[in-house]
Design a protein around this ligand. Sequence first.
Ligand code: NAP
Length: 295
Amino acid sequence: MPARLIDGTAIGDRLRAELQTEIRGLRDRGVTPGLAAVLVGDNPASATYVRMKGKACEDAGLYHETMRLPRETSETELLAVVDRLNADPKIHGILVQLPLPKQIHTPRVLQRVAPGKDVDGFHPENVGKVFVGDPTGFRPATPYGVQQLLLRSDIDTTGRHAVIVGRSTIVGRPMAALLLQDGPGGNATVTVCHSRTRDIKSVTRQADILIVAMGKPEFVTGDMIKPGAVVIDVGTNRVEDPTTKTGSRLVGDVKFAEAVQVAGAITPVPGGVGPMTITMLLCNTVQAARQCLTA
Ligand code: NAP
């Protein structure tokens, strides 16, 4: 029997609807959560992501600003923009869209964002808080979204073997930290694989929950999956396809047609993890506004 589909669009919509209650509560106390996005240069994918985040804020009734800076912007100029946003009381969350142009040292910029406004969860203070399970830390949106997908699909992680393929600071590592936590959506036994892992298939086949974030189109084939496992495909890869109108299509890191025949539940691409990421960014912005009120 084909796997159950985990519908990230529907789960994301429900979460956003629930968030409305808290947004209304904050507004009643005179606070509209505000998000500022900083976009440096003219990378079309980055511009699209920033536009989507702005639209999501508008739809949810959040205040938002996008600072568009030219590609030649110096690090000093960018740091000055971050400083201004750090001091702006209308702004509760700041995201600096990556990648940044070469003349800018990315870690220096990410560390300049005030930890209380770092809704991407990239500042070392938030990385540490998430690692030790401090709920005031901001969880990076993509792994936070994966955890919510599991929780809201009634997939119990307790005592299960979760295998993560990919150890990036944006997805794989924080995913491991969330699944290890002592609480709902945690308590898993976690293995993290990367490009130096030997005989990766023998590891992925042990997974009760397999989370793939590699950036390698359709790398995980059906024979790499334990029958009945939950498969979460974070990968978002555009591949050429002359049969489509645009000449390309999106695929994940998992070969869906094979995996769906073996897995017990699976996320599609698109429509799985993707819609959750922006939803969790909204949740983090609302969390930042709430924490700002109680600080
Ligand atoms: P990344 O920074 O490039 O990291 C890729 C990871 O995969 C690395 O840890 C790498 O290992 C590992 N890897 C690469 N080839 C491998 C192989 N053959 N065997 C085992 N491990 C291998 O990528 P990322 O930022 O985490 O993103 C991963 C994917 O998720 C991309 O497709 C990206 O577009 C997508 N993504 C989607 C969302 C969303 O909202 N849906 C959000 C973020 C990312 P090493 O560390 O050893 O090099």
